[in-house]
Design a protein around this ligand. Structure first.
Ligand code: F6P
Length: 379
């Protein structure tokens, strides 16, 4: 029987985090379970920094609130934690046992890990150390393995769609090519779905290395039928057929972490288009507005269902799983399955080449639909 549970939110924030927290707390209270929240993700677990969560005080009025009331940390791998030793040198340490001890001392029966592939990798690593973990799939990128949709994704797509709508009117007025660079890391879900929703003409995604000649062809075809403007949506992880992804910054946070900040492909695509077509081209980088602010109604409901289901699993004593939504049903899958081949404990926490992420497959209906309605995918 679980009596005390704790939540942590880790990695980049996503709309719906607070709605999941709220749903876990409310479901816990319905079942007479106490709930706590570690502050700033795994960092809070390491420092044993937590707050009591209850619907009378902090865990209410949250449905519409973006961000996370318990904070988050990016790039914290407690299995390979960056420290500075007495000589001022960087030293990486496995501090996971400190976290396990904290959980024991606090009497936590189950840890809910709200996060993307990196967070779930650490969750699986903790489960191997005997911690009862339940993951909830968060990320605007929609790239967590074994689940059809992550919370936060729908909001990001809605924001990208609104941006495309707004770019349409200015593109048409100025006879320009408007490029929109969206997030998504190595998965093209946001770009593909917002391109369909916003009626874009071109969508470039990481899963299909693009041929600029095909993009130019599309723009010229449109010109021939009197359409003197084009909307191009580019995923930050898109790359040309014979080129590499565009890296904005390389970080040095230790092995197994996300040491690459993507960005810049939109500028490259806009410049190439201008040079090759003569159309004035402008790039807009949508950036962090995609993951800030209020969640859509869809994400609020999805998050609430994810949170309630997570607590139900805990009540049923089903641990070391990720809550999933597949083919219209909520369920769970083992964290072992979520990490896939990325099995070495602590070695690669996520968003790395070893990560098991869910990318757009070529037989996905979205790909077929995009092609059917004439969206150029750069191939
Ligand atoms: O994973 C979510 C995400 O927003 C990606 O789409 C983006 O590449 C990345 O996080 C940015 O992360 P950071 O917060 O480290 O800049």
């Amino acid at each position: 029987m679980v009596k005390r549970v704790a939540i942590l939110t880790n990695g980049g924030d996503a709309p719906g985090l607070n709605a999941v927290i709220r749903a876990i707390v409310k479901t816990a209270e319905t079942n007479g379970v106490e709930c706590y929240g570690f502050i700033e993700g795994y960092k809070g677990l390491l420092n044993n920094n937590y707050v009591k969560l209850d619907s009378k005080t902090n865990a209410s009025g949250l449905l519409h609130r973006g961000g996370t009331i318990i904070g988050t940390s990016n790039n914290t791998n407690v299995f390979n934690y960056k420290t500075i030793n007495e000589n001022g040198e960087v030293e990486y340490k496995d501090l996971s046992d400190v976290c396990v001890q904290n959980l024991k001392d606090d009497g936590i029966d189950c840890l809910f890990t709200l996060g993307g592939d990196g967070t779930q990798k650490s969750s699986r690593d903790f489960s191997l150390k005997g911690v009862n973990c339940i993951g909830v799939p968060k990320t605007i990128d929609n790239d967590v393995a074994d689940t059809d949709i992550t919370f936060g994704y729908n909001t990001a797509v809605s924001i990208a769609t609104e941006a495309i709508d707004r770019l349409h009117t200015t593109a048409e007025s100025h006879h320009r090519v408007m490029v929109l660079e969206v997030m998504g890391r190595y998965a093209g879900w946001i770009a593909l779905e917002s391109a369909i929703a916003g009626g874009a003409d071109v969508a470039l995604i990481p899963e299909i290395p693009y041929d600029m000649n095909k993009v130019v062809e599309k723009i010229n075809e449109r010109k021939q039928i009197g359409k003197n403007f084009t909307i191009v949506v580019v995923s930050e992880g898109a790359k040309p057929k014979d080129g590499e992804i565009t890296v904005k910054k390389k970080l040095d946070d230790g092995s197994g972490l996300d040491n690459i900040r993507l960005g810049g492909i939109g500028d490259k695509v806009a410049n190439d288009i201008e040079e090759l077509t003569g159309f004035t081209s402008r790039n807009t980088v949508l950036g962090y507005v995609q993951r800030g602010g209020t969640p859509t109604a869809f994400d609020r409901v999805l998050s609430t269902q994810y949170g309630a289901k997570a607590m139900e699993l805990a009540m049923d004593g089903i641990f070391n799983v990720l809550v999933t939504y597949k083919e219209g049903k909520f369920g769970s899958v083992s964290l072992e399955s979520v990490v896939g081949k990325n099995t070495v404990v602590g070695a690669a926490s996520g968003n790395t080449a070893e990560s098991n992420i869910r990318k757009v497959q070529m037989d996905d209906r979205l790909i077929k639909t995009a092609r059917d309605i004439g969206i150029c995918l750069g191939d």
